[in-house]
Every structure is written in structure tokens, then in C-alpha cells.
Design a binder for this molecule. Structure first.
Ligand code: PEP
Ligand code: MG
Length: 316
């Protein structure tokens, strides 16, 4: 039966009662496009641009090289949207031309937007390359900054986007607890939010995402993480703006329903997960998703949250 549901699964993401939840792909470059298209992604929710440059990270990438890669990804979704994340260098993704070599705690150091604000010419060049890549295309381009901590960060990124005269919505990733707690304040500067649940879990639980033995604290079902997600989603709803999820949490079909119930407006994931998430959403109503979210948040552990949500979603 499950196989049949998957085989029948195509088209846009929606709950059983027709509430639309766009299902988008996470990509690291043009090489990931065939899988995204094959699994029916409605667009790209996270383009990790730093992956294009990890092979030759001694120097900043040339603008022309960037334009080529960005254009290929944009061209793949003429009717959709592509959310490009500006370079997220540092910690688990060091780039020599941006990342300080001698930080005692790279995950808490100059990474993500912080490095770009220290090297504004790199950010300007990337935004210029994006503007060139999008010229004449119908794809809706959106850009977002990683590791936004507060309103001042959000404002600095928004100003850079406006100065670049980029014809694109600009947003902030929410992957630091301070940003989730004060999401409404970020939304006074930017046009949308996208939750990076991998880093959000890492920083909320003080548990290095690269240390396998701490997996329990990286579990996206942790009720404290769900609370932070709810805080951001509620602020976005109040502001009339969108708030997606682009971390691993979005690829768990059951959790995808819970995220929808928390008020998240789109889900971006590794392409292979899209059919499973589409199928799970199609079997749950929006009210059930909300009830599952409430039940999960009332739990005291990740395991209990998962069980509580499963009970609600299988109950009718
Ligand atoms: C995240 O932190 O959840 C995220 C989507 O970004 P990355 O995994 O690339 O850090
Ligand atoms: Mg991240």
C-alpha cells in the first residue's frame, strides 16, 4: 500500500485538505539537478553555494564561474523558485580565503554571514554574479544569508542586497537560537525566513553536529527545537511572511507534517526524500498536522514527541 502511495505521488506538496506546502530540493550545484527534477521538486529551497568552491578554496571564485553555475540551477526551474544561500564558509565548511585559520571554536567563530561582512567584496561579487545569472530568466530568485544572529546582521545583509540592485527577495536563515527567539525583529529587515534546523539544533543543545555520539541531542524531534521552530514560524505568520525549513528535519515525513502544523510554509530537503514527504502530507489534514504539532511540543523527549505525533496522524 505504501509503495502504491509513493508511486502515485506526484505534483505539488499539499495536505489531504488541499493546504499547499511547496516541496523544494536542497542542492550543492548543477550536479544535483537531475535528482531534484526526477523527484518532482517544485524548486530549490537551499542552494549551498559554498560547495561549488570547496575544491579550490585558496582563492575567491571568479564571478564568471559563479554566473555559469547559478544560471544552470535557475534555468532548471523556469516556473519555480530558487533560494540561493550566499557563501556559508567556516566550521564544517572551511574556505581558505574566508575562514580564519586559528580559531579556538570554529563553529562559534567568524563563519557564515560574519565572514562575508568582514569581506564585503566577496559578498558584492556573489550578489553581482547572481544578478547576472538571473538576467532574462523567469525563475523567481531569492537570496538568503546563513548564520544571522540578530536584527543588525539581518539589516547588513538586506542593505547589501539593495545596494546590489538584485531583483530578488532577500531573507535570513534562522539557525541560531537568538534569531529564532527574536524572529519578529529579523523580519523588520528581511522578506522571508528559512530555518536551518541542523545548526539550530547544534546551537540550542550545545552539541557539535559532527560528533556522532551526540546524536541524541541533534534529534530534530527534540521538543526544545520544536519550540524554537514554532517561535520563528509564529513571528513569520504574524508578519505575513514566509518561513521555510531547509534542514534535515524537513526530510522526515512524519516531522514534515508536524512542521506544517507549526506554521512552516515550505519544506526543502535532499531530493530523494521528496516523494515520501509528499505522500505523508497528502494523508494528513492541516488540522491533524496542527494537533500533531501540539502533541509533539507537549512531550518531554524526542522519542515521546515522535510517538505522540504518530498517534495523532494515524488516528483518523
Ligand atoms: C542547517 O544548518 O540546517 C542548514 C540547512 O545549513 P547547513 O546544513 O548547510 O549548515
Ligand atoms: Mg547551517
Amino acid at each position: 500500500e505504501r509503495q502504491a502511495a509513493l508511486a502515485a505521488s506526484s505534483g505539488p506538496g499539499r495536505t489531504s485538505d488541499g493546504f499547499m506546502v511547496p516541496l523544494l530540493a536542497n542542492v550543492g550545484g548543477p550536479a544535483d539537478l537531475p535528482a531534484a527534477l526526477e523527484h518532482g521538486a517544485e524548486g530549490v529551497g537551499l542552494f549551498r553555494t559554498e560547495f561549488l568552491f570547496l575544491d579550490d578554496s585558496a582563492k575567491a571564485p571568479s564571478e564568471d564561474k559563479q554566473v555559469q553555475a547559478y544560471r544552470k540551477v535557475l534555468e532548471a526551474f523556469p516556473d519555480g523558485r530558487v533560494v540561493v544561500r550566499v557563501l556559508d564558509a567556516g566550521a564544517d565548511k572551511p574556505l581558505d580565503f574566508l575562514t580564519p585559520a586559528d580559531e579556538p571554536n570554529p563553529a562559534l567563530g567568524v563563519r557564515g554571514l560574519r565572514s562575508l561582512l568582514e569581506h564585503p567584496e566577496v559578498l558584492r561579487s556573489q550578489l553581482r554574479a547572481l544578478a547576472r545569472a538571473a538576467e532574462g530568466l523567469s525563475t523567481r530568485l531569492e537570496v538568503m544569508a546563513p548564520m544571522v544572529a540578530d536584527r543588525e546582521d539581518a539589516r547588513a545583509f538586506a542593505e547589501a542586497c539593495r545596494e546590489a540592485r538584485l531583483d530578488a527577495k532577500y531573507g535570513a536563515m534562522v539557525e541560531i537560537p537568538s534569531a529564532a527567539l527574536r524572529a519578529g525583529s529579523l523580519l523588520r529587515e528581511v522578506e522571508f525566513l528559512s530555518l536551518g534546523t541542523n545548526d539550530l539544533a547544534q546551537y540550542a543543545f550545545a552539541a557539535d553536529r559532527q560528533v556522532g555520539s551526540l546524536a541524541r541531542l541533534q534529534d530534530p524531534w527534540q521538543p526544545a527545537l520544536l519550540d524554537l521552530i514554532a517561535s520563528a514560524a509564529e513571528a513569520a505568520t504574524a508578519a505575513g511572511k514566509s518561513c521555510g525549513v531547509c534542514g534535515e528535519a524537513a526530510s522526515d515525513p512524519l516531522l514534515a507534517c508536524v512542521l506544517t502544523g507549526l506554521g512552516v510554509t515550505s519544506l526543502s530537503m535532499g531530493a530523494a526524500a521528496i516523494p515520501y514527504v509528499r505522500s505523508a502530507l497528502a494523508q494528513a489534514s492541516l488540522v491533524q498536522c496542527r494537533q500533531a504539532a501540539e502533541a509533539a511540543r507537549a512531550a518531554d523527549s524526542a522519542a515521546e514527541a515522535r510517538t505522540a505525533a504518530r498517534q495523532v496522524l494515524s488516528g483518523g
